[in-house]
Design a protein around this ligand. Structure first.
Ligand code: PRE
Length: 99
């Protein structure tokens, strides 16, 4: 009678998901703190908001990491593109481009 019920298993798994989601929020907040500093630097020195070569290098790197970690590389790339699109909007805003 020591079997763990499905409800208990679900609650345990959800507790780990809660921790992971919290870590992701903190990591994203830290990433955006860095990219805001990058955006200010770029705006101050008239550098273009986007850097397609850097994005291509990072995409290749993240796809390889995803494969190693058994995460769908397509998903990793989609996630990266989603975040970078938001970052570029912030950079444009900081540069007064309002795009
Ligand atoms: O590294 C930069 O130059 C950034 O502006 C950061 C970042 C990113 O979020 O990773 C965003 C936009 C650029 O196109 C490339 C990378």
């Amino acid at each position: 009678m020591s079997e763990i019920s499905p409800e208990e298993q679900l609650a345990t798994l959800r507790s780990s998901i809660d921790n992971i989601d919290a870590a992701l929020v903190h990591m994203l907040a830290e990433r955006f703190r860095c990219t805001q500093a990058v955006g200010r630097l770029k705006a101050e020195h008239d550098m273009p908001p986007s850097d397609p070569a850097r994005e291509a290098r990072q995409t290749a790197r993240l796809r390889a990491l995803a494969e190693d970690a058994h995460l769908d590389p397509e998903f990793a790339e989609k996630w990266f593109n989603f975040v970078v699109a938001e970052v570029i909007q912030h950079h444009n805003h900081l540069a007064g481009r309002g795009e």
